[in-house]
Design a protein around this ligand. Structure first.
Ligand code: CDP
Length: 218
């Protein structure tokens, strides 16, 4: 089974997607980290502004072992990720690795921006996790240990605009996604709401054997 978890920056999708993977015993892929790696590799190779040629070359020769989590999580690298993510050749270079991960047994949870729409349009369960920009900025401020709420909010808004308005794979909820607005939820409530939404889909995704003849009720 494939569970697609999409949504804007700092909506809680990473935490929810990890919790779903743990709950069901599935594999987990944070696809944003792939774009962050490309963004960081492009910054290291060519500096700013990032040229499309440098970003495409970085995406085609990506070595996931050459980055630390700490450097990938900075907001500078988040912004660089959303700049390289606009380039169709970068997206194409990352597609195969995401699709083969999604096929891993017994199931996989992928979080990103276009999992339910482009990477895995056939995913059995699709969630779109969102929250107001102000709530997301507050969460990201705490996560980054940043003092400047106004700057974090501005960066979140800039990233939302870039992710939603790009021509290739824009951030949009799949038609068959369940939308969860986590603005007023704590993490326990948000995870439970996500599990409930996935369980509702699993009833149809998991075929049950028919009862033996003669034992049918009625
Ligand atoms: O953690 P956060 O939500 O801030 O961002 P992320 O998931 O690490 O993604 C960083 C950037 O990569 C996003 O702003 C998107 O521009 C891009 N991205 C994408 O285009 N498609 C994906 N499937 C995942 C991330």
């Amino acid at each position: 089974m494939i569970i697609a978890v999409d949504g804007p920056a700092a909506a809680g999708k990473g935490t929810i997607a990890r919790a779903l993977a743990r709950h069901y015993g599935y594999h987990f892929l944070d696809t944003g980290s792939l774009y962050r790696m490309v963004g960081l590799a492009a910054l290291k190779a060519g500096g700013e502004p990032i040229s499309p040629e440098t970003a495409i070359a970085a995406a085609r020769s990506l070595d996931p072992t050459s980055f630390t989590d700490a450097e990938l999580r900075s907001e500078t690298v988040g912004a660089a990720a959303s700049i390289v993510a606009v380039i169709p050749e970068v997206r194409a270079a990352l597609l195969d690795v995401q699709r083969s991960f999604a096929r891993r047994e017994p199931g996989a949870v992928l979080d990103g921006r276009d999992i339910g729409t482009v990477v895995c349009p056939d995913a059995e369960a699709k969630l779109f996790i969102t929250a107001s920009p102000e709530v997301r900025a507050r969460r990201r401020q705490i996560e980054l240990g940043s003092a400047d709420y106004t700057a974090v909010l501005a960066e979140i808004r800039a990233r939302d605009a870039r992710d939603s308005q790009r021509a290739t794979s824009p951030l949009v909820a799949a038609k068959d996604a369940v939308t969860l607005d986590t603005s007023e939820m704590d993490i326990t409530a948000a995870v439970q709401a996500a599990i409930d939404a996935v369980d509702a889909k699993r009833v149809y995704a998991t075929p049950y054997p028919s009862p033996p003849q003669g034992e049918r009720a009625g």
